[in-house]
Design a protein. Structure first.
Length: 344
């Protein structure tokens, strides 16, 4: 074993706060104050810069487990996996959210658990000593929320289609997505609408909420709506399109749940000899880049949050700092914009 010379690089051991203090010419306590952003401590900016530079040079980071022991919780924002598959849009938001939360000293951690709920789930989540838990609201119970709070979790935030009576909620209004698509199709003169509901478990609930939005908009206009349950499968889409082409009851406008299902259906309709949008207009959702390169170009509902990833990270950091627990607090994550193109 190499002798410990005081230089972590030469001795083969990880750098410690003692090494940072020695290199920066300050006390170990000063290193702790600077790197943990301790409040109420007056340290000159020159000293802070010197400590951070020394830590960077040595590759040192404060020990997360030690910080957890001191504060009773970690810097983790724990997000159990969603029951529905994570699409491109959500993945992009999460990637940016990771970076923005880091600016606030928080770490977003996805937890590989998409099904458990209630106290059993809370028991697993508390092992991480999270600063916050962001989870689908239907997986929470009053007892599980109490358990998380008692374990030191500063805030528990629900994700759902409507506000939770238990915790602050980030609200995702899928109904408005469907309604926006329906209003566009109706405005283009389509009166016999269909709405695709994915057959896949997890996505079906989202599809049903979007269907309700389509139905509400159509009823206001006196138009008809039919439900189409469709797996993401080429053969299933081909059978559906062939039935419509053969003279079966065919809608003149379809909201296809999202852009991926819209692309699947549009290809099947064209293969069956139907014209898009002449025979059937098609609208998707999410505004995936690929939709612009299809022929015809895909009309879509662009979904954007009322807050950016940076704003969402700032809001979460404030909720942690203020230990926000009021169920009356809601954050809207859905703002829709219709993007009309050639497919409708």
């Amino acid at each position: 074993m190499a002798p410990d010379t005081g230089d972590p690089a030469r001795s083969g051991r990880p750098a410690t706060s003692v090494d940072v203090a020695r290199l920066a010419g300050v006390s170990q306590a000063t290193v702790s104050y600077v790197l943990n952003d301790a409040p109420g401590v007056t340290i000159s900016e020159a000293t802070r810069t010197r400590v951070r530079a020394a830590a960077e040079e040595l590759g040192y980071a404060p020990d997360a487990s030690a910080r957890t022991l001191r504060t009773g919780r970690s810097d983790i924002v724990l997000m159990p996996l969603l029951a529905a598959p994570i699409g491109t849009l959500v993945l992009s938001l999460l990637n940016e959210l990771v970076e923005r939360l880091r600016e606030h000293g928080l770490t977003l951690a996805l937890y590989g658990d998409a099904r458990s709920r209630g106290v059993a789930a809370a028991r697993d989540w508390t092992r991480w000593r999270p600063a916050a838990v962001v989870v689908e609201a239907h997986r929470l119970t009053a007892a599980s929320v109490r358990r998380l709070h008692d374990a030191g979790c500063a805030t528990v935030v629900g994700l759902g289609a409507e506000p939770s009576p238990l915790v602050p909620t980030m609200v995702i209004d899928d109904g408005e997505i469907g309604a926006a698509a329906a209003r566009h199709l109706l405005g283009r003169g389509r009166r016999d609408l269909a709405a695709v509901v994915p057959a896949e478990r997890g996505l079906d609930a989202f599809g049903e909420r979007r269907l309700r939005g389509v139905t509400a908009a159509a009823q206001e206009a006196g138009a008809a709506v039919r439900r189409v349950d469709l797996p993401f499968d080429e053969d299933a889409a081909a059978r559906l399109a062939a039935g419509w082409a053969a003279g079966g009851a065919r809608p003149d406008g379809v909201f296809a749940y999202n852009d991926e299902y819209a692309m699947l259906l549009m290809r099947a309709l064209q293969d069956a000899g139907l014209d898009v949008p002449g025979d059937v207009a098609v609208v998707g959702a999410d505004d995936l880049p690929l939709g612009r390169f299809l022929r015809p170009r895909l009309s879509t509902v662009r979904v954007a949050g009322d807050v950016t990833a940076a704003g969402l990270a700032e809001r979460l950091a404030r909720m942690v700092a203020e230990r926000e627990r009021d169920p009356a607090v809601t954050v809207s994550l859905t703002r829709v914009e219709m993007v009309p193109r050639e497919s409708s």
